[in-house]
Ligand binder design. Structure first.
Ligand code: COA
Length: 387
């Protein structure tokens, strides 16, 4: 980016079953957490614009239209433009992309992005019925969409359930080191392979859970960033790409075209490539997805995702740690909050603030979401190095 955008504050609430908090309580708390992370302090009156990323606000709440005004009510921010973004599982990171673009364009010096989702107030089956009982999905849920890609990958490249299980083992282990994680228990490969079936080849531990959560970032222009922090993390590149939701319009099920395109945009804008990335927070909505993403983000060759992950390269002590927060698998996947929370984790990692799960000497991180029926992807590259 020519006019640089910095992250100067990052905060979130612990993900999980947050029955004690309402949707708006979660938003207010995440905003407060992000403000308290701003080193030199920040006032509400400094904020020029805000974004609310929420995918199923109205469905999960049964309440009302969740507009920007709801963010105003929950945070006290007022008299500024507040925009709601919905873009399936890429909702949170796409809200960040839009906010960064506004700061870069000079429309705001300080922008706040909150991502939030309340998914546990209804039982899973009831919630999923509301979400999937539509002409576009014909009743299919996300596990079934991703399972088709997984089966095709297994057939073409010999990818195995054991390789997929390695993702669950790793991410659950990372999750035990993360105070924000939905799950804080480890799993071994045997339990992953023997778990109750959800949609072949996925069992329970191959899936991310349904989660409540909220996260918040404070972005600032290069002109004002140093009045908020001496340790900015720069948004170096963003990318987003979309294909039709209808899976019959895909050439094959061996790659997620939106990920490849969004990553290419983000790398190009950042002037960086996969070799420059030290730590990754990517969309492991299912164990297989993490393998596929490694290929599509350019970290290994097509078809080699399974071997790459099984080699241990993506563990916390590997060459390229992936999902040190526990990922969607263990930290949880509150849709609108997920992308914002992934960037929070990268910001803390690059600032050396995460203790036991710290990736040593990381200067550049990559965030990734893959949404819906693998129809939308959003990628963000952040770095402590400005260019
Ligand atoms: N991983 C590990 N444990 C899980 C889990 C998961 N994904 N989901 C639920 N559990 C555990 C719960 O903690 C609970 O444990 P407990 O009995 O010890 O308290 C138990 O399993 C039952 O939980 P429940 O919420 O009743 O599960 P469920 O059967 O309603 O839902 C899934 C299980 C896998 C169907 C649900 O997590 C799901 O829909 N996941 C996919 C989410 C998704 O598609 N997101 C979009 C991706 S793009």
């Amino acid at each position: 980016m020519s006019d640089d955008v910095a992250v100067v504050g990052a905060g979130m609430i612990p993900f999980g079953e947050r029955f004690e908090l309402g949707y708006y309580d979660m938003i207010g708390r995440a905003y407060k957490e992000a403000k308290s992370h701003v080193d030199h302090g920040i006032d509400d009156s400094d904020v020029d614009a805000a974004w609310l990323g929420t995918a199923y606000g109205t469905l999960s709440n049964d309440a009302e239209i969740v507009s920007g005004a709801r963010l105003s009510g929950a945070t006290g921010l007022k008299g500024i433009p507040i925009t709601r973004v919905e873009n399936a599982c890429a909702t949170g990171s796409d809200a960040v992309r839009n906010a960064a673009a506004a700061v870069q364009a000079g429309q705001a010096d300080v922008a706040v992005v909150v991502g939030a989702e309340k998914m546990r107030d209804k039982p899973t089956d009831e919630f999923m019925k509301t979400v999937t009982n539509r002409p576009t999905t014909r009743g299919m849920t996300a596990p079934a969409f991703f399972a088709m890609y997984a089966q095709r990958h297994m057939q073409e490249y010999g990818t195995t359930r054991e390789q997929m299980a390695e993702v669950a083992v790793k991410n659950h282990a990372n999750g035990t080191k993360c105070e924000y994680s939905h799950f804080d228990f480890e799993v071994d490969a045997e339990s992953v392979l023997d778990a109750p079936r959800v949609s072949y080849p996925f069992g329970l531990y191959d899936c991310s859970p349904q989660t409540d959560g909220a996260a918040c970032l404070v972005l600032a222009s290069e002109d004002v960033a140093d009045s908020y922090t001496d340790d900015p993390v720069w948004v170096r590149g963003t990318g987003n790409s979309t294909v039709p939701y209808d899976m019959t319009k895909r050439d094959d099920y061996l790659e997620a075209e939106p990920t490849i395109e969004a990553a290419s945009q983000a790398y190009e804008m950042a002037g960086l490539g996969p070799d420059d990335v030290d730590v990754v927070e990517q969309h492991d909505c299912f164990t297989f997805t993490e393998l596929l993403n490694m290929e599509d983000l350019g970290f290994c060759e097509k078809g080699e995702g399974g071997e790459f992950v099984a080699s241990g390269a993506t563990r916390l002590d590997g060459d390229l740690p992936v999902n040190p927060s526990g990922g969607l698998k263990a930290k949880g996947h509150p849709i609108g909050a997920t992308g914002v929370a992934q960037i929070c984790e990268l910001v803390w990692q690059l600032r050396n603030e995460v203790g036991e799960r710290q990736v040593p000497d990381a200067t550049t991180g990559l965030q990734h979401n893959l949404a819906g029926s693998l129809a939308v992807s959003n990628v963000t590259v952040v770095s402590t190095e400005r260019d």
